[in-house]
Design a protein around this ligand. Structure first.
Ligand SMILES: Nc1nc2c(c(=O)[nH]1)N[C@H]1C(S)=C(S)[C@@H](COP(=O)(O)O)O[C@H]1N2
Ligand SMILES: [Mo]
Length: 203
């Protein structure tokens, strides 16, 4: 009798193995992980802003967002609870586009706090959001992003553990100094590189 396998474990091909970070298993499911209830914001009231403390550098309505150039990206995602999912398909606006439109001439802000409806926050280095590495995503698998997965729009930063991809994102706040967000305050790693297994503070 063959042992029970989860996802592709034990059967994966070399290519998917090479795309699976240490300590992760592959799944075809799309688990939902939320620290609280799913917030509901009407699209007419939805905005996305780039701020620096009290100063709003630029804000976009939902229809503004939908007029921005978008990327269709296929990426692998890695949750710190050890599931990884290959070849997820998203549509979203590159963070580069927002920062360009915000006329960001900022050489002092090295970090960003992402803020979501419901109060969730997560911190990232600014350079991890630029250079075509991160998006505000509003479609998944060719459909509008489901509310439980962060719809109407979420941050997508696939090269870091998925807790950095803030669901229901509404604001990016530029910071001079790195500060912990929600999970980082509970001992999760300040950076969260899945390939270096940066799960917890000290990893
Ligand atoms: N606003 C918000 N964003 C969040 C979370 C959350 O609880 N609230 N959970 C994070 C974690 S731990 C993970 S693994 C992913 C889960 O995204 P999913 O529910 O679409 O799989 O969202 C991240 N973004
Ligand atoms: Mo997670």
């Amino acid at each position: 009798m063959s042992p029970v396998t989860r996802g592709f474990r034990g059967r994966r091909n070399p290519e998917s193995a090479s795309r699976t970070p240490p300590g992760q298993y592959l799944t075809k499911d799309f688990p939902v992980l939320s620290a609280g209830p799913t917030p509901v914001t009407r699209l007419e009231k939805w905005t996305f802003s780039v701020t620096r403390g009290d100063a709003t550098l630029r804000s976009w309505t939902w229809s503004d967002l939908r007029e921005l150039p978008y990327d269709d990206v296929t990426v692998d995602i890695h949750c710190v609870t050890r599931w990884s999912k290959l070849d997820t398909r998203w549509r979203g606006v590159s963070i580069d586009t927002f920062l360009r439109d915000a006329d960001l001439e900022d050489t002092v802000s090295g970090y960003v706090m992402a803020h979501s409806d419901g109060g969730y926050t997560t911190n990232l280095p600014l350079k991890d959001l630029t250079g075509g590495k991160a998006w505000v995503a509003y479609e998944y698998g060719g459909q509008p992003l489901a509310a439980e997965h962060g719809g109407p729009a979420r941050l997508l930063v696939p090269h870091l553990y998925f807790w950095k991809s803030a669901k229901w994102v509404r604001r990016l706040d530029l910071m001079k100094v790195d500060e912990p967000g929600f999970w980082e305050n509970y001992g999760y790693h300040m950076y969260g590189d899945p390939w270096r297994e940066q799960r917890y503070d000290g990893d």
